[in-house]
Design a protein around this ligand. Sequence first.
Ligand code: BES
Ligand code: MN
Ligand code: ZN
Length: 497
Amino acid sequence: MPIRIIRQPLSTVDASWAAVGVFEKEPTPPSDLRGTGVESLATRLLAEKEVKGTVGETTAIHDPAGFKAPGILLFGLGPRARLDARAAFSAGVAFSKKLAGKPRGGVAVSLAGLLEADRDDLVSALVEGLAVGMRGPGLFKAEADRHAFEFDLVAPEGTADEVVAELERLSARGEVVGVSVNMARMLVNTPPSYKPPGVIAEVIRKAAAARGVAVEVWDEARIRAERFGGLLGVAAGSAEPPAFVTLEYRGAGDDSPFLAIVGKGVTFDSGGLSLKPSASMEDMKSDMTGAAVAAAAITAAARLKLPVNVRGYLAFTENMTGGRAMKLGDVLTMRNGKTVEVLNTDAEGRLILADALSYAAEAAPDRIVDLATLTGACMVALGTRIAGLFANDDDFADSLAVAADAAGERVWRLPLDDDFKDSLKSGVADLKNVGGRWGGASIAAKFLEQFVADVPWVHLDVAGPSWFDKENSTHDAGGSGCFVRTLVAYLEQSAGA
Ligand code: BES
Ligand code: MN
Ligand code: ZN
C-alpha cells in the first residue's frame, strides 16, 4: 500500500500514535504542538531536559490534551544543523522499533521537523528507518516481538501540491529501500544451516525474478566447467555444494554502461582447517553479507525502475573442515588462470572473490564494486561501524564516498600501494592467499586487485558494519543490511537522477 501524505494539523489526525520529531538544544516545542493543549507540557519537558532531542531518544505523552490520537511519541532528531540522512534514518528506526513492540493501529508521522529544516530530501531516509525498525532479528520466536504498523506522513496544512508530489516520490523510494535493507538483514540473520548455498541462491532467484531481474544460478558442475578454482577449493570442505548467482537488471539502453556488483557469500565461515576459535565463529553466518546486500540493492534498483544497467555476481559457499577440505599448501587455479597457494584456509573470501571478480571483469563492465566481510584487520583499523574502501580509480572511489555520505553510511579510504603485494609472493604459485602480520585489510584488497584486470574497481570491506553485536535504541542486534542504501544512492547518482 502506498504511503499517504496527508495535509492537516497533527492534532486532528485520527491515529493510534502521533510521532513528532524534536531537535536537540531547541527550547521551543515543535510546531505541531504549538497552540495545542500539550504546548506547556512540552515546553517544560524541553526546559528541564526531560526531553533532549538526541537521535534515538523517544518520549511518550499519553492522552495528550486536544489531540485526536491517544498518544504522542516525541522522537529526537539531534541538532538541527547536523540533520542528515544518518540522523533521519536512525531517528526513524528508533521510534519504529519502539512502536512496533506491540500491535498498533495506524500511526501518524509528522514531517514538520524535516520540512522546516528544509530537508524534504530526508523523508526517504526517515521512511527507510521506519521500515527497518519494524523488523527484528527474532525470526524464530514463538511469539512475534515486532509488529509492523501502517503509517501516514503528515505535512503542514499549507504544503504546496508540488511539494506533496515530491514527498510521495521520496516516501515510496524510502519504502522500497527500507524493505530491501530488511531483505539483506533477513538473509544475514537466517541461521547458517537454513541457508546453504543452493537454498539461498533459490531464495534470491525467486525474490529478484519477481521484481523483473534476470537471474541465473550455477550449480557445482557448471562452476567446475567454468573453472572457478577458488570457489571449488573453499567448497571442498563442505557437504553442501557451492552456488554462483548472476543477476541482471537493465533499466537503461543496451549500449549504456553497466555496473558490476560482486558479493562474498560465505554462508558460514568456520575458518576451515585453519579453524577459528569458537567465539569468533558465533556470528559467521553473517559472512554472506556482501552477496545479500548486492542482491537487495539490485532488487531495489529494479523496483525503483532506475535508468541504469547493473549486474550482480554472487559466490556462495560454506567454509568447513570436511574430509575433502583444501589443505595448507594446496594450490588453486583461479578463473583468470592465476595460481594461488593456500596458506590459511580462513582467508577464504579472497579465493571465491578472485573467481567472481575475474568473471565479472570478462564482461567488460564500466565499473566493478565488490562488498565483502573480508578481514578482521579492517575492523582493527576503522572500528566496527566504518567500511574500508579500496580502489584502483580515484574518481570511482570519490563517487562511492559521495553516495555513502548521501545515504548516511560511512566509508574510509585505505591504501592499496604496490608494496602490499610483496607479502603475497609465493615460492610455488603466482600468489599466496595471506601476507604478513600488518596491514591485513590492504593486503587482502591487493590480492583482489589481481583479478579485476584494468576495470575501475572499488572494494568495500564491510566486516565491521555488517553486524551489530548488541542492540540499542537506533538499531537491532544482528545483520545491518549495510550499504544497500549507498548502492541505491550511487546508482541514482550515476544515472544523474
Ligand atoms: N570472514 C572473515 C573476516 C571477518 C572477521 C568478518 C570478523 C567479520 C568479522 C574472513 O574470512 C577471515 O577469516 N579473515 C581472516 C584473514 C586472515 C586469515 C588473513 C581474518 O581477518 O582473520
Ligand atoms: Mn575466513
Ligand atoms: Zn570469511
